[in-house]
Design a protein. Structure first.
Ligand code: SIN
Length: 483
């Protein structure tokens, strides 16, 4: 076993201790690049979920009373530790998830930054004091921690999606139970021991890897003392979780699927648009809800854009994420690759042409090459479904109205990218695109200091920015009568 994996914790984390699951079951974690088993991890049971709830509920009152500065200092220390150990954290992530080391290093920095950001936000939880309109009374508005939270994190950003939830929960004074993705628990468990080292008290963070999400999620959401759910994952699972929150009316943040359009107008700086397209498409090998899903290009520049994008994507090296010079690692699983293969086959059957890539790489590991599809017809599934892989379907538009119609023709509304040098058009489209985020002449919107989140089937709630901590705070109003 690799030394870093050997040293990493592999048990549940309950009430400040790493422990085995009830009755001792475990499950295997594999490297998608080599298809080798990395290690076994404790498999959380419903009794463990109940223990996690008890620990989080017990720790909640003291934790909410802990001075904000102290909570912020723990996050700040965790940021320092993550920065010092970035190389090890990145290597572990590459092994269990597949992404290249360059991508993993970027994720560790991105993830750590949520801790630094929320360390600063912890001491800025404000309220207000006003005189009532009639003059007699006073209104005092304060913010209070919502209480114990359930945080469910995905496999595509095993650290950053954790810190984006844990950071504001710690800053606000909430305790929590984290359910990491089954495919990538080791990164989250490594983060857990680092947070304990940074001084997070027992019970504040409890971590429950499990092969059965429902087995651990149902007892947690079924307990009315748990007051909030934050979920990043598919829209389908999000809908089910919303149903599960209904009986106890827990607050929810839902960061769900995307289908990001990338619009290129004739007046765009084409070099910048191609660079932005590579960034937006290959974020995390395309396994990201903000990865550009479909490219809509103005007819006069479509051929040139496709040619240049083909050159860029076709020149990237594919291989095991730990190898030097590799830009594109494997997809996370065989199921994920099969889905990409299916969407490409559907598009080519309907007349699309692969100008680079387009067929799976045989051999060990779940590799799929960066692919550009030209002449993609409107009926192709790849324009409607989230690809989650390194495939760029290109289609054209006639004018601004046509571009906006095509961009908005989806149930999703997470992010859109827009390349133009016309300021008036940028503002018109910036306001007309029905998404929570718009990248204007940039292929990257993810930023710990900005509110990340979507509308429509992409969910609700915001993570990061000044908005991120609000999701973990309840507003309380005190009416003061004065004679
Ligand atoms: C996601 O894919 O779920 C999040 C991506 C990001 O934060 O950039």
């Amino acid at each position: 076993m690799n030394a870093l994996i050997e040293q990493a914790p592999k048990q549940l984390y309950l009430d400040g201790r790493f422990v085995d699951a009830t009755d001792g079951p475990s499950f295997g974690v594999d490297d998608p690049g080599s298809e080798q088993r990395l290690c076994d991890v404790a498999d959380g049971q419903s009794a463990d979920a109940q223990r996690a709830v008890e620990a989080a509920v017990r720790a909640q009152p003291d934790w909410a009373r802990t001075p904000p500065r102290q909570r912020g200092e723990i996050l700040r220390r965790a940021w320092e530790l993550m920065t010092e150990r970035a190389e090890d954290l990145a290597a572990v992530m590459t092994m269990e998830m597949g992404k290249s080391l360059t991508e993993s290093r970027a994720e560790v920095a991105y993830a750590a930054e949520f801790f630094r950001w929320f360390a600063e936000e912890a001491v800025r939880i404000d309220g207000r004091y006003t005189r009532s309109p009639a003059g007699g009374g006073r209104t005092i508005v304060t913010k209070q921690a919502v209480g114990p939270c359930l945080l469910i994190t995905p496999w595509n950003f095993p650290l950053a999606m954790g810190t984006r939830k844990i950071g504001p929960a710690v800053a606000a004074g909430c305790t929590m139970i984290v359910k990491p993705a089954q495919l990538t628990p080791i990164s989250m468990l490594s983060l857990t021991s680092l947070l304990a080292e940074a001084g997070l008290p027992p019970g504040v963070l409890n971590v429950l890897p499990s092969t059965s999400a429902s087995r651990v999620v149902e007892p947690v959401l079924g307990d009315e003392r748990v007051r909030k759910l934050s979920f990043t994952g598919s829209t389908e699972v999000g809908r089910e979780l919303v149903r599960q929150c209904a009986p106890n009316l827990q607050r929810m943040s839902m960061e769900l699927g995307g289908n990001a359009p990338f619009l290129v107008f004739s007046d765009a700086d084409l070099d910048a648009a191609v660079r932005g397209a590579v960034t937006a498409k290959l974020r995390n090998n395309g396994e990201s809800c903000v990865a550009a899903n479909r490219f809509h290009v103005a007819e006069p520049v479509a051929e040139e854009f496709t040619r240049r994008l083909t050159e860029e994507l076709g020149s990237l090296r594919v291989g095991h994420g730990l190898e030097d010079g590799v830009s594109v690692g494997p997809l996370v699983s065989i199921e994920q690759r099969d889905k990409v293969v299916e969407l490409v086959a559907d598009a080519t059957d309907r007349g699309a042409r692969a100008t680079t890539g387009g067929s799976t790489i045989e051999g060990t590991g779940f590799f799929y090459p960066p692919t550009v599809l030209a002449d993609v017809p409107p009926q192709a599934r790849i324009l409607r479904e989230e690809v989650f892989g390194p495939v760029a379907p290109v289609t054209t538009f006639r004018d601004e109205e046509d571009a906006l119609r095509q961009a908005n023709d989806t149930e999703f509304g997470l992010v859109a990218y827009l390349y133009t040098r016309d300021l008036e058009r940028a503002v018109r489209l910036g306001e007309g695109l029905r998404t929570g985020m718009v990248g204007l002449n940039t292929g990257l919107v993810s930023n710990p200091a900005a509110p990340f989140g979507g509308v429509k089937a992409s969910g609700f709630g915001r993570e990061g920015g000044a908005e991120g901590i609000e999701e973990y705070l309840d507003t309380r109003y005190l009416a003061v009568a004065l004679s």
